[in-house]
Design a protein around this ligand. Structure first.
Ligand SMILES: [Zn+2]
Length: 133
């Protein structure tokens, strides 16, 4: 697990823009967002593939996703009024859910990811904090 970038984020060895954290889960802004507010939700337990999660974690993570989706919707008011969810797991082998404020249904494709500047990420995080806490 030492080389896992998400485990390093969990352990604060790599800084991140944290949206939500509790003892078992962490949500943070991806540095390659499709839209502003694009968040990754991960279990703190290192399990590479979502369908290898134990049943408790698998169900709990969706309940956490709901909580974060409310937070993102409140902050970004996407045009569809929805937060999209995607799971692929190809790049980082630590289970993660993509939660994406959706302006259009066609937003949900990884080909639309582009890197965000620290300023853009700080602004997105500020929007989340200002609208939810
Ligand atoms: Zn990991």
């Amino acid at each position: 697990m030492e080389e896992c970038i998400f485990c390093k984020i969990i352990n604060n060895q790599i800084p991140s823009y944290k949206v939500y954290e509790d003892k078992d889960y962490l949500a943070f802004l991806t540095i390659m967002p499709i839209n502003p507010g694009h968040t990754l939700l991960i279990p703190k337990k290192h399990v590479p593939y979502i369908f290898d999660l134990d049943e408790k974690t698998l169900s709990e993570i969706l309940i956490k996703a709901q909580k974060i989706a409310h937070i993102l919707k409140q902050a970004f008011h996407p045009k569809t009024n929805r937060i999209g969810i995607m799971v692929a797991g190809g790049e980082v082998h630590h289970t993660h859910l993509h939660l994406i404020p959706m302006d259009y249904d066609s937003d949900l494709t990884f080909t639309r990811q582009k890197s965000a500047s620290p300023e853009e990420l700080s602004l997105a995080l500020k929007k989340i904090k200002d609208n939810n806490f």
